[in-house]
Design a protein around this ligand. Sequence first.
Ligand SMILES: [Zn+2]
Length: 59
Amino acid sequence: MLTCRQATQLLSEKQDRQLVLREQSNLQLHLLVCRSCRRYGKQIKTLSQLSKTFIKYDD
Ligand SMILES: [Zn+2]
């Protein structure tokens, strides 16, 4: 089982690289049982979508 620290680390790395299958399944498992990391995952996703939007504006 991942710690919250590892899970949030994976969530942020997921924005930049493809996670390997093992990391993905560990992360999914953690998110199933951990509400705060689920919330963090949502936030980071929103943030990255926002920053993509801003990058588009810069072009
Ligand atoms: Zn957690």
